[in-house]
Design a protein around this ligand. Structure first.
Ligand SMILES: NC(=O)c1ccc[n+]([C@@H]2O[C@H](COP(=O)([O-])OP(=O)(O)OC[C@H]3O[C@@H](n4cnc5c(N)ncnc54)[C@H](OP(=O)(O)O)[C@@H]3O)[C@@H](O)[C@H]2O)c1
Length: 308
């Protein structure tokens, strides 16, 4: 029985690139893969032998990112399929194109995210953080879940953040129309990411499916995620290189000891930097009632019912 959120500090030495098992024969999707952490997850999984699909909304930037990897590692297998998580039709089109070409899905990395953006709506009218970071990945996973279940030992990894600790799910105003703040919007979406990852694991376990759903966070990683001047000033001192920041997600996706319903992040002080270990998430993220209600609301809003 998995104890959700148990903080099991690894006594082993730091988990690095050389510890990643071969991924040959596997098919992986990474969202938000054209830069930052997603780019590094793609590079690493591809170097370890997986066929990786970059699921991105900007095809020019994705092509450049792919070329960059190929110029260093010419034999890796990387494909690009357009995906805009802020648009449910685009998510459906992505899944159709993916399933026309591939017949298995071993790893789904729900990585893409936006952070503290001004108040905006997705194409379908959802608040941008909640719609992109949570509902977009919820819908994507729901449309792919049958294929994931059919693939033996598959995994779904959802990216959260330290910021989830400040999150609440505002069921009476999920779009935060009454009282918008960038911080509140990001924190809500990142708490939703964890509630989703844990609830999915419970549902899969209940149906005895051999699929892991877990979550990760990258501590403080030096990427273009934040537009904040303060964060950008401190990035070179506080932030890890994206290559290292990506390790927690890669650990959750590939390590033989990684578990379903667990949360992985850096082992350093305050979880800001370091190598992947199992970490704790907030009490709220383990609230069963909250998770169940969010799941039902997410199915209603997206119109996508999970067949599990
Ligand atoms: N960096 C950190 O310190 C940190 C800390 C905690 C959590 N995280 C989480 O880590 C994840 C990756 O962030 P990052 O730091 O690598 O940021 P990043 O460099 O800004 O990358 C974010 C990626 O998400 C993509 N994206 C945004 N909206 C999208 C949409 N509607 N459809 C498809 N893709 C979309 C972006 O694509 P475009 O290039 O088209 O914009 C980009 O590829 C996020 O979930 C973030 O919340 C990061």
């Amino acid at each position: 029985m998995i104890k959700y959120g148990e903080n099991k500090l690894s006594k082993k030495k730091n988990w690095k690139f050389k510890d990643i098992p071969s991924q040959t024969g596997k098919v992986a999707i990474v969202t938000g893969a054209n830069r930052g952490i997603g780019f590094e997850v793609v590079k690493t999984l591809a170097r370890k032998g997986a066929q990786v699909i970059m699921a991105c909304r900007n095809l020019d930037n994705s092509e450049k990112a792919k070329e960059k990897i190929l110029s260093e590692y010419p034999n890796v297998k990387i494909d690009i399929i357009h995906l805009d998580l802020a648009n449910l039709s685009s998510i459906r089109e992505f899944v159709t194109k993916f399933q026309e070409k591939y017949s298995r899905l071993d790893i789904l990395c729900n990585n893409a995210g936006i952070f503290q953006a001004p108040q905006q709506k997705t194409v379908d009218g959802f608040e941008l953080h909640f719609g992109t970071n949570h509902l977009g990945h919820f819908a994507l996973t729901g449309l792919l879940i049958e294929m994931i279940i059919e693939t033996i030992n598959s995994r779904i990894i959802t990216m959260s953040s330290w910021g989830h600790k400040f999150g609440e799910i505002h069921f009476d105003d999920l779009d935060l129309d009454k009282n918008y703040s960038k911080g509140k919007a990001y924190a809500q979406s990142k708490l939703a990411n964890l509630l989703f990852a844990y609830e999915l694991q419970r549902k899969l376990e209940f149906k005895r499916r051999i699929v892991l759903s877990n979550a990760s966070h990258p501590g403080w990683t030096r990427t273009k995620l934040s537009k904040s001047i303060i964060i950008r000033i401190f990035n070179p001192f506080m932030g890890m290189k994206p290559e290292k920041g990506a390790l927690s997600m890669i650990y959750a996706a590939t390590a033989s000891e990684a578990e379903g319903g667990a949360y992985y992040g850096p082992n350093g002080r305050l979880g800001i930097k370091g190598y992947p270990i199992k970490v704790k998430s907030s009490e709220k993220s383990h609230n069963l009632e909250l998770a169940k209600r969010l799941w039902e609301v997410s199915e209603d809003l997206t119109g996508i019912k999970f067949p599990i």
